[in-house]
Design a protein around this ligand. Structure first.
Ligand code: FAD
Length: 466
């Protein structure tokens, strides 16, 4: 389906300030962070209220006009970039509607950024624990629609676990007022969960009720050298048991990733001096002063005694903690400075992370001798960003040509271990076809049936998902 040229009825719904077809205003909405997709749209729509969103979607449903919703445009799989659809930007729908410390709930509109949610929670003496590198731009609606997952998943879960209620405009233009802030509600299907992770295909999220948490008083962070992913996994198990579940982050990095960060990222330093084949950034948090520090010290002492770790550097100040996190958070940027990488966002059961890495390393090095494998990520969630650079000084164009063949190898291995080819970023337009190879056909058929029932003319993000 493509947009008909006559969109004057749509423009009339919003008034002059509510839409644009000016090329310079459209341009930043039509390309994304990695520069991999270029889009096109006849019209950018900029509603300020739920009512305006409902009128837009209702009009589009009646006229069979396809819509691509967009939040902060930080998605990494292309789902927010229109290819001829009208573009519905939510960024003006960005109010904080309510903060209720008694309920531990923040009600916030979909176009507000994650940083705005953090600020609103902090003002109420609470925290909203989801945090990611794109938080100054990524919106609540985008985070919900991609079911974002981040470093503190171990303790708090992914976005799906942090949403109590959702308000959304469904594909026929009706408003689903699901902003209840109940922690228990067994009255049939949980429609909000259908909207979470739907990548804009089941309607437009307009607001959400998010769970807030107490601010924890102690935090302890260390960079730990381990000989292998197996030892990293053993350290995770030990630290979880020793700390009573206080581990918030457990991030694996390989020697190559750390060395690239040191080479390319200003002020990045490796306190383990390049001696670790693998290292883990571990962070614990506790409710009582000194609790996290004590639990970390106990875990590291026991791990050292059991021969699981070879060295560790514990952050002694907030500045040192930031230095350790800089190493982890700059892994992608450091790769980008080195060359283009094949990127895979896979998940396997936590216990199978070492097997995945070993099997994928062997298979890729056999198929493409000399490539440089740069695996890193959230071992505690079984989510590895398994990235692969060309050999040093190798042919970048040839490397790009081999991307799909390499993805097939990596995805087959993840799937064979009971894993997923998209752990955090969704399928978008980039991975939908690939996902059909792996997804249970029964699940795909059920998803298609639900989609058809809600959106019979497939107007919502038609190129995304099944
Ligand atoms: C530097 C960087 C770091 C990142 N780190 C992480 C990370 O650690 N973990 C992670 O999970 N992701 C990460 N991402 C990916 C990205 O930030 C997330 O996917 C984020 O959730 C997207 O939010 P957004 O508002 O930018 O959504 P967009 O990119 O605008 O849209 C993403 C998808 O959601 C749909 N959508 C957007 N808003 C709505 C709405 N209101 N209603 C219905 N559908 C909507 C779009 O159509 C699209 O399919 C990172 C991205 C960058 C650039």
């Amino acid at each position: 389906m493509t947009a008909t040229p006559d969109l004057s009825g749509l423009k009339a719904l919003l008034g002059e300030k509510g839409w644009s077809d000016d090329e310079s205003e459209l341009a930043p909405h039509l390309t994304e962070w990695r520069g991999r997709w270029k889009g096109a749209t006849p019209l950018l729509l900029k509603p300020r209220s739920v009512d305006e969103v409902a009128r837009i979607v209702g009009w589009c449903a009646a006229h069979r006009i396809a819509i691509t919703p967009q939040g902060g445009n930080t998605g990494l799989v292309g789902g927010q970039i229109p290819q001829g659809e009208v573009l519905l930007s939510l960024t003006r729908l960005n109010r904080i509607r309510e903060v209720s410390p008694a309920d531990d709930v923040l009600v916030i509109e979909a176009g507000a950024t994650l940083s705005a949610a953090h600020d609103a929670a902090a003002e109420a003496g609470r925290t909203f624990p989801l945090s990611l590198a794109s938080e100054g731009t990524a919106t609540i609606g985008g985070l919900i629609s991609t079911n974002a997952g981040v470093v503190a998943v171990l303790r708090y879960g992914v976005m799906r676990d942090l949403v109590l209620g959702v308000e959304a405009v469904l594909p026929d233009g009706s408003v689903f007022s699901g902003l209840k802030r109940l922690r228990k509600d067994n009255t049939g299907y949980d429609l909000k969960q259908l909207l979470i992770g739907a990548e804009g295909t089941f309607g437009v999220v307009t607001a959400a009720a998010l769970k807030l948490f107490p601010v924890l008083k102690s935090r302890a962070t260390a960079l730990v050298a381990v000989a292998s992913p197996e030892q990293a996994l053993a350290l995770l198990t030990l630290s979880k048991a020793e700390s009573g579940g206080a581990v918030e982050a457990f991030e694996l990095m390989c020697a190559l990733g750390v060395s690239l960060a040191v080479r390319h990222i200003p002020n990045a330093r490796d306190p383990l001096n390049g001696q670790a084949p693998w290292c883990v950034l571990i962070e614990l948090a506790g409710a009582i002063e000194g609790e996290a520090e004590a639990a970390l010290a106990r875990s590291l002492e026991r791990a050292l005694a059991e021969g699981l770790i070879t060295d560790a550097v514990v952050a002694q100040s907030e500045a040192q903690r930031h230095d350790l996190w800089r190493l982890r958070e700059s892994q992608s940027a450091a790769q980008k400075a080195e060359g283009s990488a094949w990127k895979h966002d896979i998940a396997v059961p936590v216990a199978k992370v070492p097997e995945f890495i070993a099997t994928a390393d062997a298979a890729l090095l056999q198929a493409f001798p000399g490539v440089r494998i740069c695996a890193f990520g959230h071992v505690g969630d079984g989510n590895i960003h398994y990235d692969v650079l060309a050999s040093a000084g190798g042919d970048e164009a040839l490397h790009a040509e081999r991307r799909d063949a390499a993805a097939r190898i990596v995805h087959d291995i993840a799937d064979g271990l009971g894993g997923s080819i998209s752990a955090e970023h969704g399928l978008g337009t980039m991975k939908t076809a690939e996902a059909l190879r792996y997804k249970d056909p029964v699940a795909v058929a059920a998803m298609r049936a639900v989609r058809l029932a809600l959106d019979p003319h497939r107007i919502m993000n038609p190129r995304v998902l099944f």
